[in-house]
Design a binder for this molecule. Sequence first.
Ligand SMILES: [Zn+2]
Length: 236
Amino acid sequence: MSNSVRWRGAYACVVAACSAVCGLDTALSRDEPALRVLPLVVHIAEGEAGPVADAEFVRERIAFANRIFAPYHLAFALVGCRRIGAVHARLESRADRDALARYREREVIDWFVVASLRDVDDRTQLRRGVHWRSRRDRSAHYVITSTLGKAGVFAHELAHYLGNPEHSQSAGNLLSYTWTEALPVLDSAQLERLERALRDYVARGELRRVDAQTDAALNEQLARCEATPAGQPRRP
Ligand SMILES: [Zn+2]
């Protein structure tokens, strides 16, 4: 065993003993970055037989995103749940995606759930999700997911929303198309971009921070969603 290895071992023991005796754990946890909670409003399109997604669909995606972003001290809270007309259930064109901008709300991440989402570059394909920036108003951007996508698609699109437009080639990365059995992760460059985007969004008044959400509060929002009639544009 080299001296340095022995030293590291001794140091670890001292830290372990001290954390028990001197309350070091408490001191360290005080330095932990605080959880940042970002507000979400979900807009669910009407289908032929009611909304295209139910409360469980929304709950599952938020819960999975919260697990994935927890190591980065980020969480998402549902602060509103709306229904939008059946005309938005199947998005075929760029104009269809742009048309959602009118429903945006202030200082939140808007998330639209639709029945299908055509790839606008390759019309033979359907997409499972997209982070879309309106062509008419570049400051208007939002997440769209199709009901065809699994829960992880929403978290992937949130990572795009939060300052990371590019994909990763690294298996297991949240922005890769290849995931492993483990929870997908962000790398340090992606995290830097995320932090920068978050600072910018908050500074520009585009996004506010809210308190962490209890399960009861989430359920309340989801119950309200089911009771909300088909929406009118809130921001003409
Ligand atoms: Zn992507």
